[in-house]
Design a protein around this ligand. Sequence first.
Ligand code: FEO
Length: 175
Amino acid sequence: MAQSNSTLLVNEALIDLLNQQIQNELKAAAQYMAIAVYFEHESLPALAGFFFTQADEEREHAMKFVHYLLDAGAKPVIPSIPDLRNDFSSAMDAVGCALDGELEVTRQINNLVGAATKHNDYMTHTFLQWFVTEQLEEVSTMSTLLDTIKHAGDQLLLVEDLVRRGEIGHDHETA
Ligand code: FEO
């Protein structure tokens, strides 16, 4: 694994954007942790567990960017995390926040792919393809979960049961 910038493989114009994505992914991890805490507090442990797992996955996403920058001979900058939401009025509000976050990350990944294309950085373009596929899965999962919560109304234990049985959520590689 390269740790010096003697051989810079990533286009310099992309380094700030790739560093920004470390912050975006860590923010997603922290936001999911806050959503998990909300569900734990509401005595909905399956939904809490689902979001704690999502938080772990987002941290792994951040680590992919850290290691990519190191491997490409650039220096990752580990960011502080901007303000998060810690208060939610309902399950729908909390999962709506999660879906909004995934849509935002999808825009960020698309911007990165666009920048990699513009600068003919095919290595970064290839690296980003995993995230393009991941975002499709995560937006779809979060959208399904939000619809399910809407259908369930007050009967959130039905959602708990579906999540516990693995009917909602994804089962794919996280590293
Ligand atoms: Fe890593 Fe769900 O965005």
